[in-house]
Design a protein around this ligand. Structure first.
Ligand code: NAP
Length: 263
């Protein structure tokens, strides 16, 4: 029996990833701040008996920005079984910046969840990772880290820092039998992207994203990115000379557009 913990599992990519592992017969701890959604998810799916080959969803409410909440959740998991084979740190939030005056409270909110929250979970969860069976510690970053994009100062910054953190952590713990990975999705249809008011090319469903994450984690790539048409385009774009990139991307900056209007 494999034990998986998906953090940020109440909606979107995290929910789909949790169901992916549930369908493979794993026991999946599902965490987020909204306990009611987790309970509902478990009630909707935990109706199979073991002969169906399905696993079990185990709701554990948790806020990654809260030290006590993360500590208590890890303690509960330790009390239930004690070991984890896969932890997917997916909780995230996105807020954009449309002004040349940066709202530091906004930046702190985004960093608190996307970066410090992920680091906090990593600290607490490491003792629970099964070192005998090459466990995986997976951080959901973003393809926005391949190329800085307008408005993404806080979001892109948090995800770039998360990627850097994951790389450092991998160097530190790979020899202990822990396989650290990063996932860098392009656009995925979820409640997070439903709020966006701009074109999102090559968008895929959260179920498709979960399939690609599952497949990627069976392989050996450190950075699992998809859809390839989008991520390779972004990577190629990032190789252009800076002057061309800033000229083209500057046109998409709303702060820049406003200042042009004001002149
Ligand atoms: N959708 C995309 O196109 C896309 C692209 C690249 C990367 N990503 C990343 O993928 C991850 C999932 O995004 P999504 O699009 O699926 O968004 P989503 O549907 O909004 O899901 C975010 C999940 O994180 C949870 N969460 C948020 N803040 C939390 C906190 N402080 N503590 C614990 N859980 C928290 C949310 O539940 P509660 O609100 O109940 O806590 C929810 O379950 C994020 O890290 C996002 O940055 C998404």
């Amino acid at each position: 029996m494999k034990y998986v913990w998906v953090i940020g599992a109440s909606t979107g990519i995290g929910e789909a990833v949790a169901l992916h592992y549930f369908n493979l017969g794993c026991r999946v701890y599902i965490s987020a701040r909204t306990g009611a959604k987790l309970e509902q998810l478990a009630a909707d799916h935990n109706q199979y008996d073991e002969s169906d080959g399905k696993g079990m969803l185990i709701p554990i409410e948790m806020d990654v920005t809260d030290e006590f909440s993360v500590g208590s959740a890890v303690q509960r998991i330790q009390d239930i079984y004690g070991k984890l084979h896969k932890v997917i740190v997916n909780a995230g939030t996105c807020e954009y910046i449309d002004d040349t005056q940066v709202d530091l409270e906004l930046v702190k909110r985004v960093m608190d969840t996307n970066l410090y929250g992920a680091m906090r979970v990593s600290n607490y969860v490491q003792p629970l990772l099964d070192h005998d069976e090459q466990s995986q510690l997976v951080f959901i970053s973003s393809s926005v880290t391949y190329q800085a994009l307008p408005r993404a100062h806080a979001y892109g910054g948090s995800k770039a820092a998360l990627r850097y953190f994951a790389q450092c952590l991998k160097m530190d713990i790979q020899h202990q039998g822990v396989d650290v990975r990063v996932v860098s999705p392009g656009f995925v249809k979820t409640p997070l992207t439903d709020k966006n008011d701009f074109d999102m090319p090559f968008m895929i469903s959260s179920e498709e994203a979960a399939k690609r994450i599952g497949k990627g984690l069976e392989g050996s790539s450190f950075d699992i990115h998809f859809p390839k048409r989008f991520t390779y385009t972004l990577k190629l774009f990032s190789l252009l000379p800076n002057a061309i990139k800033f000229y083209l991307l500057g046109k998409a900056s709303r702060a820049n557009a406003d200042s042009i209007k004001e002149v």
